[in-house]
Design a protein around this ligand. Sequence first.
Ligand code: GCB
Length: 596
Amino acid sequence: MKRFLGLLFVAASIANAAPSPSNLIANVHARTTISLNGVWRVIIDPYENGLGARFYENRKPKDKQDLVEYDFDASGTLQVPGDWNSQRESLLFYEGPIWYERSFSFHRAELARSFLYFGAANYQARVYLNGKAIGEHQGGFTPFNFEITKDVREGDNFVVVEVNNTRHSDAVPALNTDWWNYGGLTRDVAIVEVPATFIQDYFVQLAKGSQGQIAGWVKLDGATQPEQVTIEIPEASVKQQVTTDDHGYAEFKFAAQLQLWSPENPTLYRVELSGARDRVQDQIGFRTVETSGTKILLNGKPIFLRGISMHEEAPFRGGRAFSAEDDAVLLGWARELGCNFVRLAHYPYNEDMIRLADQMGLLVWEEIPVYWDIDWQNSATLQIAEEQMRDLIARDHNRAATVFWSIGNETPVNPARTEFMKQLASYARERDSTRLITAAMNHFIANAGANNRLLDDPLGEYLDVLGMNEYVGWYNGPIAAADELQWKTAYDKPLIVSEFGAGAPFGAHGSADARWTEEYQTSLFQHQIAMLRKIPSLAGMSPWVLMDFRSPRRPLAGVQDFYNRKGLISDRGQRKQAFYTLQKFYREMAAAPPEQ
Ligand code: GCB
């Protein structure tokens, strides 16, 4: 028995996290890439006729007799990256398949392997190269790549992608969401070129609970024998070598003297990994995050999270955000508001957003779209949720900014759901034990008196930090009810009030008790803030929401017009009064953080 235990101990990972089972190429933007962004030909295919008619062959009639009932070259175009809904008025509400086609010319670099990379395609993608099926992907917000080394030709090539944003009851998310179902190739598309054996992924982070030890792993793809990999952090005088096993994998742990990353001082180090033929460079920050009772500790010290919830929607022009400018405006507004924290609700955002948060010193809550009710009993649905978590973690596990993995939002309390969420929590923790697992919950019970509320959800047991969405003053009772309410949770864990808010179109004025006015929204924020300040376990908040966003569930004409109007900023960038209410509170909190 003793010996057995000893073996177990030796076998235990030193690396904080199991190696990612994802086949994603990490840090794509630091590799040699050929961008396929730009103008693509598209065929709208509401009856999904293109599969049977083989649109992916991109055929032309052979002669005058030949019948071919489609022609990419004569069809319209869409910009990539970009959702289709905001590019053509006729596609605003479109849900279904659209076929994308793009030709490109290719010249093979010596010894290179090539991959076709997609930043995201909502929701399902079938990918074809030169008429041949290359791969399929499900999940609208996570990246994916397929190897095309054997299929890409010297000279002319064409790629065809069928993207389908049809909603399904067994998908993640399922049928009902309070955001727009933007379809299309919404993020970058590129060919990535790497050597025969390349550094596919790596995890370089502080060891859990340590401020002076780096622990992690590196994974080569294509390795047939052990290889030496060097990890260098020149500014910290780190140079370490590890030898990979036959599968190209090696773990490491070593001491390093580092300036820790924090919102006040978001230090990023240049980290270089080099194998025999491949070399990747990244910018990585080092910090610890953990909990102690009801506190969240960043680098060992309690921190209050002054946050805001967001959607990944483009300011001014609308549609899915994807550009550096979009990201800079959105996070710039959060910064102006006085935030040190953003909740990226309700699905993974583009990778550059997280990298920008790393540079700006904004802590990040990342979430997968396990939203409201989904097919809890279905093991295939759990698998899709896990795959989205897997690839999100694989993409962002080196970002200091990301401190929370959120496994869902407002999921209904029942045994099947709790079992599903429990598995998802442990899956995420296994992939990355250095970050905190959370979820936004909204199951309360009146507790010991009419004015007491208890957040009581069995899911709380499996989380490190409790997220709580409450809509006192909007969906639940009058604003004044906030003055009397006392909140408690069933767990000795930190609480983040992850949502509260009120709808008001910019410029709509009236009395503070009239819905849909800026005055009402402002009053709600004032009363909410006073209420939340009294919660002893409150570790942070992220009110709903930074900017008005499109939602098919918000048809009220003249007021909503298919926008959720709970933004502190309008979709045209106008700041509402409540923006300044929250800003004032956050300035006070920054100057004198609450007793923690
Ligand atoms: C919520 C949801 C969020 C909605 C918001 C609202 O509880 O989490 O996705 O948009 O309320 O405005 O109703």
